[in-house]
Ligand binder design. Structure first.
Ligand code: SAH
Ligand code: SF4
Ligand code: F3S
Length: 489
């Protein structure tokens, strides 16, 4: 396995190899040498800080960045202003994600003045937008390294260039068809892990920037996914979260096509994996085959995140979502028939251009009909370059704000009722951590994704135990352990 490569055995007097991932291991060895020199000179290891914005895919990418930094000898710190190397893995899905990055850079400006040796890097989705890179080049000279989403696998090479240069290093690719396997990665949790199954998106929902910054859809080979999950299982991981912008279209672009349902069935066979989650599912691609597999699975969690975005067929059409309100509701009916205890969550955008009061009422109607366990609600954010940005009838912000508040109240009332239906049941819980506020409690997750707190200690972390759901507190439960059921899910 590549991640067992000993960097001390890499011969740095040779030219760097051209093939991947060997090339990146060569540059890791070079960075390791830099780290050793730093340590000798300063009497301490250099510290790194990885800050992540955005979705689970970005979080997974950050684990890969952290894995490389750890392999070359950086010590992790959570305190940005104490780090020698800071990297922001950015998101640009809504304007406020961008604002937060500029906010952090503003705060770091005086810190870097005091510590000029500090290196600051930016990567991720925001960097795929040329206007952003221009702005940083002009107004944020404290930045030392910029790269994008397509060449993240080159991190070691870019870091090596950055450590050896006093100039701003910039490397952005427009697109890629490449997937580089076998680079080192870290995991935030020992017992659960995200696993990429596909990258990019071909859907071009008219409001969304993701297809422009993440490029065209490409799936990993099923064997590569299975190999990674087998390795995770042998490292003690019991829960995997399969990640992709649209997992339901997994495998379509492979030379030997494989459906997502089929991939799930193969993952189900892997011993040691007890729970399988996935996100995100696009309603238009959710197949009967997948519903059938979910119905019979022992391991796929009873939870589906199924973004609706709007309840109005008219708006859905303008959003280029390619389903109607009725088709969405039919799909929900079909899912609930096959998997009656399934918990459904969603994403909703309020204030898409042209949204009328009637359109918004249709969204409320879907919320009332589906009765989601929870919903992420977003105010529409105009993204330059997307078709929706140039649509007429952008909705005034005071109207949007009022609709947003009404939607939020409705979603919260319903989800408090829906979540409470399990009160009194005994359910399997994967214990994730000791409770932040009360050290006598642990916090775990139900198959349906709800959190529960109950008496226990850290020896339970990573274990699946049966817990009685005594009291629902809106979005989480308080419970107590029971020992009379077999603990096997
Ligand atoms: N691929 C996933 C979601 C990716 S982005 C999917 O298709 O469901 C996560 C969520 O952000 C989206 O579901 C959408 O609700 C929201 N979103 C995307 N672009 C947005 C925009 N321009 N303004 C507001 N919300 C947006
Ligand atoms: Fe964006 Fe639509 Fe792709 Fe999701 S499916 S990432 S919302 S374009
Ligand atoms: Fe944001 Fe990029 Fe994810 S834009 S939501 S981090 S794919």
């Amino acid at each position: 396995m590549y991640h067992e490569i000993d960097l001390d055995n890499v011969n740095l007097s040779l030219q760097p190899p051209t093939e991947e991932p060997a090339r990146q291991y060569y540059f890791m060895a070079k960075c390791l040498k830099w780290v050793r020199d730093f340590t000798k000179k300063n009497g301490r290891f250099p510290k790194s800080c990885v800050t992540t914005f955005g979705c689970q895919m970005n979080a997974r990418d950050s684990e890969k960045l952290a894995g490389i930094l750890a392999k070359i000898g950086f010590v992790e710190t959570e305190k940005e202003n104490q780090a020698d190397f800071i990297i922001f893995n950015t998101c640009t899905v809504r304007e406020n994600a961008n604002m937060r990055v500029y906010g952090h850079l503003g705060q770091l400006t005086p810190v870097k003045k005091k510590n000029p040796h500090m290196k600051i890097a930016l990567c991720g989705c925001m960097m795929q937008e040329p206007e952003v890179v221009e702005k940083i080049k002009k107004s944020y000279r404290i930045v030392d390294l910029i790269f994008g989403t397509h060449n993240i696998y080159k991190f070691a090479e870019l870091l090596s260039a950055c450590l050896e240069s006093d100039r701003m290093v910039i490397d952005i690719w427009k697109d890629t068809d490449k997937i580089v396997e076998n680079l080192p990665g870290e995991r935030k949790f020992p017992f659960k892990s995200g696993v990429n199954v596909m990258f990019g998106c071909n859907n071009f929902c008219s409001y969304c920037i993701v297809p422009y910054v993440r490029g065209r859809e490409r799936s990993r080979e099923p064997e590569a996914v299975l190999k990674e999950i087998r390795q995770l299982a042998s490292d003690g991981v019991v829960e995997v979260m399969l990640l992709g912008q649209n997992v339901n279209s997994y495998g379509k672009t492979l030379d030997n096509p494989c459906t997502f349902a089929n991939l799930l069935q193969q993952i189900e066979e892997i011993e040691g994996i007890e729970r399988i989650r996935f996100m995100t599912s696009h309603p238009k691609d959710l197949s009967d085959e997948l519903i059938e597999v979910m119905k019979h699975s022992r391991k796929i969690c009873r939870h589906l995140h199924l973004p609706v975005q709007s309840g109005s067929t008219e708006i859905l059409k303008k959003m280029n979502r390619r389903y109607t309100k009725e088709q969405y509701l039919d799909l929900v009916r079909k899912l609930r028939k096959a998997v009656p205890d399934i918990s459904l969550t969603t994403d909703i955008i309020v204030g898409f251009p042209g949204e009328t009061e009637e359109d918004f009422e249709e969204t409320l109607d879907v919320v009332r009909k589906v009765r989601y366990d929870s919903a992420f609600t977003f105010i529409y954010s105009k993204r330059t370059g997307t078709p929706a940005a140039s649509m007429e009838a952008q909705v005034p912000s005071d109207v949007v704000k009022k609709r947003f508040d009404r939607l939020l109240a409705e979603v919260q009332n319903i989800s408090a009722e829906v979540c409470a239906v399990h009160t009194g049941k005994v359910m399997p819980v994967l214990v994730e951590s000791v409770n932040d506020h009360d050290q006598s409690l642990v916090t775990g997750r139900l198959s349906n994704n709800l959190l529960i707190h109950f008496p226990g200690d850290k020896s339970l972390i990573g274990k699946i135990v049966n817990v009685k759901l005594n009291e629902c507190k809106g979005f989480y439960y308080l419970g107590s352990r029971t020992f009379d059921q077999s603990e096997n899910f």
